[in-house]
Ligand binder design. Structure first.
Ligand code: XIL
Length: 338
């Protein structure tokens, strides 16, 4: 009898302990093996935001701190302090880090505009990759090696890197990156590349397949997914795209998710519901397509999100409202992770 009583009280205690542990979006996603998280700015240094970040994220990415203009304001000076502090916070809380981005046609420092020969472009790229990856070795799970390399029609974007080096700048950057940190995952990141049948998406897939077949080190691609409730949303085409990448052994990040509303419909219930459906459908795809490894929102707050400044007449794209309250969409994501 005593033994039974003892066993029972151990059971009750164990149950009480587990039910005390607060379940969060981060903890639920971790249990399912999905990396979930947000882009961060200086909010990461604010205690209140840190609590919200911990509740939502098991992976983080810098919204701007890791871009050339911020990280390397001139040729000689590297501004590591924000990144190092953010990584310290992440590590102390068991949160992984994604790097965004080594090469892009935007947010470059002014000294980059002086690069005018193929030789100098290659030297800059090599130095940039090596310095970043040596400094951050072991601390970054995934690198966006290059961001936004295609035009909408599927041709290569005429970036400085493309114009000076040619299409091989992409294979070059990936190869140098692999040699610097063989344990880090290497991605190419893009927008409007999520739907099978869209020229940019098909061009990117064919290019990545070609890279894979020729032995260039590439682990994954990012689909930014800056979506809008008043544009077509085609989950079947997104799923089909994820699957063709799975077939060639490429993993995927839903890397910059936000779903904006036209300002005229901020209070329209059906439109708000549509936003919720898009978010949860994307999360469902991420949970059910095994090669989709992460679901990252491009900021959590309507108040500070980049959308209104970029897409005039649009906003409310995030999971927290203007007063920093969780929106129903936040809870819908939490439920989806059950
Ligand atoms: C945006 C940031 O959110 C803004 O703060 C900044 O002013 C401009 O860049 N695609 C990307 C991101 O890959 O780096 C962009 O981030 C949004 C679009």
């Amino acid at each position: 009898m005593k033994k039974i009583l003892l066993a029972l009280s151990v059971l009750v205690l164990a149950f009480a302990l587990t039910s005390c542990e607060k379940e969060t979006i981060a903890s639920r996603a971790s249990k399912k093996g999905l990396d979930i998280g947000t882009a961060f700015g200086s909010d990461i240094f604010n205690p209140e935001d840190q609590e919200r970040i911990k509740e939502f994220s098991n992976i983080l990415v810098a919204e701007n701190f890791m871009k050339c203009a911020n990280l390397r304001p001139n040729a000689k000076f590297w501004n590591w302090s924000d990144i190092d502090h953010a990584i310290e916070f992440a590590q102390a809380n068991n949160i992984q880090m994604k790097f965004h981005t080594m090469f892009w046609h935007q947010q470059n420092s002014s000294f980059v505009s002086n690069i005018s020969t193929k030789e100098d472009a290659l030297a800059f790229m090599d130095d940039h990759i090596k310095t970043i990856m040596e400094h951050l070795k072991g601390k970054i799970k995934v690198y966006d090696v290059v961001n936004e390399m295609f035009e909408e029609d599927g041709s290569f974007r005429q970036s400085k890197w493309y114009n000076l080096i040619g299409e091989e700048y992409l294979a070059h950057a990936l190869t140098v990156a692999r040699s610097c940190d063989p344990d880090a995952k290497l991605y190419l990141n893009e927008y409007n590349n999520e739907c099978v049948g869209y020229p940019k998406a098909d061009a990117m897939f064919n290019f990545v397949k070609k890279l894979k077949e020729s032995g260039v080190p590439i682990d994954g691609i990012g689909m930014q997914l800056h979506l809008s409730t008043d544009l077509p949303f085609n989950p079947d085409a997104i799923r089909a795209n994820c699957r063709r990448y799975a077939d060639i052994g490429i993993e995927i990040s839903f890397s910059e998710v936000d779903v904006r509303l036209p300002a005229s419909k901020f209070n329209d219930e059906a439109e708000v519901k549509k936003q919720e459906e898009i978010y949860t459908t994307l999360l469902d795809i991420a949970l059910t397509e095994p090669n989709v490894k992460s679901f990252i929102v491009w900021g959590m707050y309507d108040r500070t999100n980049w959308v209104p400044a970029t897409f005039g007449g649009y906003g409310n794209a995030c999971i927290y409202d203007m007063e920093y309250n969780k929106k129903p969409v936040y809870n819908a994501l939490f439920e989806k992770l059950k």
